[in-house]
Ligand binder design. Structure first.
Ligand code: IMP
Ligand code: MG
Length: 181
């Protein structure tokens, strides 16, 4: 299959994604043996990773979703997370697994983890597809991470730029010319 012309190169192929997602999912499955966690996908970026990930789990799981964004951007950011779509399920007493596409500054997951703990979750762990450790500003780390990546803007396998490229089956590095206009 040919690469999208807006990509500079493929960073992770379909095969690499499939293998590593399976490996991580099996490790998570093992850790939660005998439990019935609530698996929370963060919309929309995690959708493809999420659907591949959950199909490797053999434990009973419940699925739920949240959509979040940070209030504004730049100078007057209140540092608060805005919930665009909340969970259907009550998390109190539940073991929660957050599934996210990427940790960048850590703002989203640091806030989300605190929020779900405040709501009385028995445990909150983070599973991410990608980790840009170099960009971290907030004190949060994934419990499970599929790939550490360099500070490059990537798209595909759920990740977007301006709502495009989410459907690409691989992770590609977006050409700078696409976003530096
Ligand atoms: P954080 O709150 O700064 O950790 O940002 C996390 C969010 O930023 C992710 O859920 C993505 O939506 C977005 N993001 C960060 N880096 C990238 C990237 O390289 N490609 C696409 N989205 C990204
Ligand atoms: Mg996102």
């Amino acid at each position: 299959m040919s690469m999208h012309p807006d990509c500079e190169r493929v960073m992770l192929t379909e095969e690499q994604l499939r293998e590593r997602v399976k490996e991580v999912a099996l490790a998570v499955d093992k850790e939660y043996e005998g439990k019935r966690p609530l698996v929370v996908g963060i919309l929309k970026g995690s959708i493809i990773f999420y659907s591949d990930f959950i199909r490797f789990l053999s434990m009973p799981v419940e699925l739920d979703f949240m959509a979040v964004s940070s209030y504004g951007s730049g100078a007057v950011s209140s540092g608060k997370l805005k919930i665009k779509k909340d969970l259907d399920r009550d998390v109190s007493g539940r073991d929660v697994i957050i599934v996210e596409d990427i940790i960048d500054s850590g703002f989203t997951l640091a806030n989300l983890k605190a929020l779900l703990s405040e709501r009385g979750a028995a445990s909150v762990k983070i599973v991410t597809l990608l980790n840009k450790a170099e960009r971290r500003e907030y004190d949060v780390a994934p419990d499970y991470n599929c790939f550490d990546i360099e500070n490059e803007f990537v798209v595909g396998y759920g990740l977007d730029y301006d709502e495009q490229y989410r459907h690409l089956p691989y992770i590609g590095i977006l050409k700078r010319s696409v976003y530096e206009k």
